[in-house]
Write a protein that binds this ligand. Structure first.
Ligand code: SF4
Ligand code: SF4
Ligand code: SF4
Length: 286
């Protein structure tokens, strides 16, 4: 007997072909999970499911084949395990992140820390349209932030400092964008080609390349699905606090101004992106 009214309408419960069963998608900010909780999920899948789990593209774990009559029990077991049921309806769904500065040598920002902060602030909030958020710590963009409603990319703008450049070409070798050339025996940066990955900065044996501007590029309105679209650049901010604030502002805008039944990217097209930008961040721009 299901006692909690409307439990099937909660995000994170996915109906299966056999209507008596469903799949539970778990809340897993940045896809990080300790082994104790992982064992707990395994036990729950053994006890209530079919003994398997499914890893999703949004860095969560799904537990399939849960009988509807067991939902409340499983909800409680997952909550006690510290891995509650996640979100999948018109909500802020699982926030994903690449490993970032904790592990990746290319990282320019702490993507996991940012994703976990945003999760604490926004996860599960109901909004008129589903909002997916993805954080990548460098322009390699391993978590495809440009194909999410809100994306974050950590970037570093390099600056060639005056000094004794030998023209060795090491930095040019490292730059995969061919944005550095050796002219008249010294290195020269081409801003038009530079994607601000920051790789060259660590390559110069004489430390002539510095970080001019480390920042969080925030994009809006991307999507995957049947008609994929890349998000548009909204703003670049310098601190994690500012990045959290911009993301919260976008979500607040969605709650107040968006309507259901139409993808956010289409709504931004309707509204004109510049107007959206003005409404969300005009008072933050310097
Ligand atoms: S996006 Fe960049 S920092 Fe993140 S995992 Fe990929 S290469 Fe590393
Ligand atoms: S930041 Fe990246 S793209 Fe830009 S010059 Fe350096 S290596 Fe090339
Ligand atoms: S690696 Fe350093 S010294 Fe060599 S060309 Fe580049 S800036 Fe000059």
């Amino acid at each position: 007997m299901i006692r909690e009214y409307g439990i099937h309408l909660k995000g994170g419960i996915i109906a299966q072909r056999d209507a008596d069963y469903c799949t539970l998608r778990l809340r897993m900010p940045a896809g990080v999970l300790d082994t104790t909780r992982m064992r707990g999920i395994a036990e729950i899948a053994d006890t209530y499911g079919n003994g398997t789990v499914h890893l999703t593209t949004r860095q969560t774990i799904e537990v399939p084949d849960i009988h509807n009559l067991k939902l409340e029990e499983v909800f409680e077991a997952l909550r006690a395990n510290g891995t509650p049921v996640g979100a999948e309806a018109d909500e802020i769904v699982n926030i994903i992140a690449c490993p970032g500065t904790a592990r990746c040598k290319y990282a320019n920002i702490d993507s996991i820390a940012l994703a976990q902060r945003v999760d604490k602030s926004l996860f599960g909030k109901q909004v008129p349209v589903k909002v997916r958020i993805s954080v990548s710590a460098c322009p390699y963009a391993c978590t495809s932030p440009l194909f999410n409603e809100i994306g974050v990319i950590g970037r570093i703008e390099p600056l060639r400092e005056p000094g004794l450049c030998t023209g060795c070409g090491t930095c040019a070798e490292y730059c995969k964008e061919c944005a550095i050339s050796i002219k008249n025996g010294v290195s020269a940066l081409n801003d038009d080609k530079c994607i601000m990955c920051g790789v060259c900065i660590h390559s110069c044996p004489f430390e002539l390349l510095k970080s001019k501007h480390r920042h969080y590029l925030i994009t809006v309105g991307g999507r995957r699905g049947r008609h994929p679209q890349m998000g548009r650049e909204l703003v670049a901010v310098e601190t994690e606090d500012e990045a959290v604030e911009v993301i919260e502002r976008i979500v607040n805008w969605v709650r107040r101004r968006a309507w259901s039944g139409r993808l956010l990217s289409d709504q931004l097209d309707d509204l004109q992106f510049e107007q959206f930008k003005a409404e969300v961040i005009s008072d933050m721009e310097k």
